[in-house]
Design a protein around this ligand. Structure first.
Ligand code: NAI
Ligand code: MG
Length: 501
């Protein structure tokens, strides 16, 4: 299907001087939608005590596909009474079954869950993409396999807790309340549930209000795995339901991933309660590129760092710090690369950047981008065409950014990169650390000694060197400062789910 290169409508609208060739026009792709059946039901109930049950109030809410704004299903809305039912079921399971099972038996359930998730990987990937807007290639190649990997990894720990914490006597904390966000719905569920179960705890988990479907489909897997009733309970709803989960008196531990704003509310609520708490909150990561870095690789790393999952990533490399001598060259390459990113139907296998998760998030991104323009930064956006329906935002980068701009300080959580420059290593470290957050950072340089120096000096839970956004269940992940506390993954993550004496 060859067509002549055209001038994009957008470039004309934006009054660019010369006709510009748009990659998508130069090399048109035929649509390549993923065809696997997500096996979605039109209605989902809460999962309590091993069974799907309607909310006591009978209330439901709609969940949509942000890629086209069409309704996908009605979902039961849990209130405090439903959350209480879930905690009572979890306590019964904790006392009568789960705490009595030897670790190797718990491990068998975790292996079974991991394998069932693998068996249904394509189905889950399509469901995740439909409900959340992320490109199918990411749901397929990252979210679902990584979720399964977390269950496999923690299955291995279930009968080896004594070796994870040598010399200590290890016991479960009890029932845990978990609240997760919408950016990696199934993966965040796995990060929360797998270590909890491996360590012998029972769970009440609340998925985010815009993305409840893969959590409720996961409940089907728990039934298939014949996990004892009450060990995992899933209650859908929004902030009020979340508040009921974190404040429930039976929650011996609370694990939360989401906004710093809500994290602070939860920390205040739980102060003095004696409950264990881990918070994984926002970020404003610096991706630091030195003049000796391999530029083409750095471009790919910077693009992956900020456009992966539409930038809805707490550890996204949203601030590019580039050494002044190569700034123009790197920015020119980045602009070219932005133009070749394919934005559109999340279900299309060629899509690089899918839909923004919700209208509210799209509005937040637009507001922050408008502030960047107003405060004097220079905007560049990909001239790509956007679908007429659904929530989409063009891959965007800002130059002429200064540290005082909102776009350099606040989490945008969208496909927007702020570019800043530095001259010396010291200045790079100072600028990178000049943020309220401390979740992640990236360093691009040929020099090993510089990598080690920055890994020590950057105040971030994870520092990637010559790569970005790489994850592994064995590797602890978590933040400093307003990015939260506690770790997920690895032995360190497991430690937050046990009592040691
Ligand atoms: P949010 O923090 O309100 O939502 C995250 C989860 O917390 C959801 O399940 C929500 O229902 C629940 N929740 C809301 N209020 C609660 C409360 N008072 N008590 C207990 N649970 C509560 O995040 P939101 O509003 O969806 O996004 C706002 C911003 O937060 C984003 O633009 C982004 O900057 C940041 N964010 C960061 C995430 C991360 O991965 N660290 C994930 C999601 C959002
Ligand atoms: Mg909120």
């Amino acid at each position: 299907m060859a067509t002549a290169p055209r001038v994009s409508r957008n470039s004309r609208r934006q009054g660019r001087p010369a006709p510009e060739l748009i990659f998508g026009d130069l090399w048109p792709y035929d649509p390549a939608p993923e065809s696997a059946d997500p096996k979605l039901k039109t209605r989902y109930d809460l999962f309590i005590d091993g069974a799907f049950v309607p909310a006591k109030s009978g209330r439901t809410f709609e969940t949509i596909n942000p890629g086209n704004e069409k309704k996908l299903a009605d979902v039961a809305l849990a209130d405090a009474a439903d959350v209480d039912r879930a905690f009572q079921a979890a306590r019964r399971a904790q006392e009568s079954v789960w705490s009595k099972l030897p670790g190797r038996e718990r491990g068998k359930y975790l292996y079974r869950i991991a394998r069932l998730l693998q068996d249904r990987a394509r189905e889950f990937a399509v469901a995740e993409t439909l409900n959340g807007g992320k490109p199918i290639k990411e749901a397929r190649d990252f979210d679902v396999p990584m979720a399964a990997a977390h269950f496999f990894y923690h299955a291995g720990w279930a009968d080896k807790l004594a070796f994870a914490f040598p010399g200590a006597s290890v016991s479960p904390v009890g029932v845990v309340g978990q609240v997760i966000p919408w950016n990696f719905p199934l993966l965040m569920l796995a990060w929360k549930i797998a270590p909890a179960l491996a360590a012998g705890n029972c769970v009440v988990l609340k998925p985010a209000e815009t993305t409840p479907l893969t959590a409720l489909k996961f409940a089907e897997i728990l039934q298939e795995a014949e996990l004892p009733a009450g060990v995992v309970n899933i209650v859908a709803g929004a902030g009020e339901t979340g508040a009921a989960v974190v404040s429930h008196p039976l929650a011996a531990k609370v694990a939360f991933t989401g906004s710093t704003e809500v994290g602070k509310i939860i920390q205040r609520q739980l102060a003095g309660s004696g409950k264990k708490l881990t918070l994984e909150l926002g970020g404003k990561a610096a991706n630091v590129v030195f003049d000796d870095a391999p530029l083409e690789q750095a471009v790919e790393g910077v693009v992956n760092g900020i456009f992966f999952n539409q930038g809805h990533v707490c550890c996204a490399g949203s601030r590019l710090l580039v050494q002044e001598t190569i700034a123009d060259a790197l920015v020119a390459k980045l602009k070219l690369r932005l133009r070749s990113l394919r934005v559109g139907d999340p279900l299309d296998k060629n899509t690089d950047v899918g839909a923004i998760n919700s209208k509210a998030q799209l509005e937040k991104i637009r507001e922050l981008v408008a502030s960047g323009v107003k405060e004097g930064a220079e905007l560049y956006e990909s001239p790509c065409r956007l679908p007429a329906k659904g929530f989409y935002f063009r891959p965007t980068l800002f130059t002429q950014v200064s540290m005082s701009h909102r776009i350099a300080r606040e989490e945008i959580f969208g496909p927007v990169l702020s570019v800043l420059t530095f001259r010396t290593v010291e200045e790079a470290v100072e600028k990178a650390n000049n943020t309220a957050y401390g979740l992640s950072a990236g360093v691009w340089t040929e020099k090993g000694s510089r990598i080690l120096k920055l890994a020590g000096e950057l105040k971030a839970g994870v520092v990637w060197a010559n790569t970005f956004n790489k994850f592994d269940p064995t590797s602890p992940f978590g933040g400093y400062k307003e990015s939260g506390f506690g770790r997920e993954g690895g032995r360190q993550g497991l430690a937050d789910y046990v009592n040691l004496s």
